[in-house]
Ligand binder design. Structure first.
Ligand code: DX5
Ligand code: ZN
Length: 217
């Protein structure tokens, strides 16, 4: 199980200290890129990712919540991203294969994400080409929201499809993840847990450890 803390919730007055803990305890860093159009919030540009890159060798997992993922994919790939995940809802279906190809040509892994109200079945044509599927378990836009229970069904469906079709995409969940639901999420098929407020509030090392421990229960 991979933990991908969302640096949306990082305390930027304690950047070095918190990034040091991430460097020691997790494999991925999750960047929530928001444009104020696809979602009603605005976050980082590529220079912020470059600053993390100077302080960390971790896998840089970029989640684009933007209406123009093709443009944002280019700038974040140049900034040092390892993976670019875009939203199914933001791209015309017939343009999705070329966006996946472009991300791969840029040397990155490619992920596709669905919002809570979008059904898994719309992703079927693209599953063979992506490295990761991200199930949003809150409406994208803000950290600190409550987990939507129906996400378990979507994760199980994606896990079943992966086995049936003999595919290797990772399943990632994002929104409202904590030590109380992490175990059930992994048991349902999740490989990568994104967690923002749960990781960065209070004792980060203990919080991260409690996510690892939840997997074993
Ligand atoms: C929401 C973002 C999430 C968010 C998760 O739009 O995609 O990554 O930061 O935050 P928590 O873990 O606080 O729900
Ligand atoms: Zn995210």
């Amino acid at each position: 199980m991979i933990i991908a803390p969302s640096v949306l919730s990082l305390d930027y007055t304690r950047f070095n200290e918190q990034v040091d803990i991430l460097n020691k305890r997790v494999e991925w860093i999750h960047f929530d890129v928001m444009d104020g159009h696809f979602v009603p919030n605005l976050t980082f540009g590529p220079d912020i990712l470059k600053a993390f890159r100077r302080s960390s060798d971790l896998f840089m997992d970029v989640h684009l919540m933007v209406t123009d993922p093709s443009f944002f994919a280019d700038v974040f790939m140049k900034a040092g991203a390892d993976q670019i995940t875009f939203h199914y809802e933001a791209v015309e279906e017939d343009k999705i294969p070329e966006l996946i190809d472009k991300i791969h040509a840029g040397g990155c892994k490619a992920g596709i994400s669905i919002k809570p109200k979008t059904e898994v079945k719309v992703l079927e044509p693209f599953l063979k080409d992506v490295d990761l599927v991200l199930v949003m378990s809150v409406e994208p836009g803000f950290g600190g929201q409550s987990f939507i229970e129906n996400s378990y069904n979507k994760i199980r469906e994606l896990d079943k499809l992966r086995k049936e079709k003999d595919l290797a995409y990772k399943i990632q969940v994002d929104g409202g993840v904590n030590s109380a639901n992490a175990g059930k999420l992994v048991a349902s098929g999740v490989d990568v847990l994104v967690a923002g407020s749960f990781v960065f509030k209070g004792d980060m090392e203990a919080n991260i450890q409690s996510l690892y421990d939840a997997e074993k229960k």
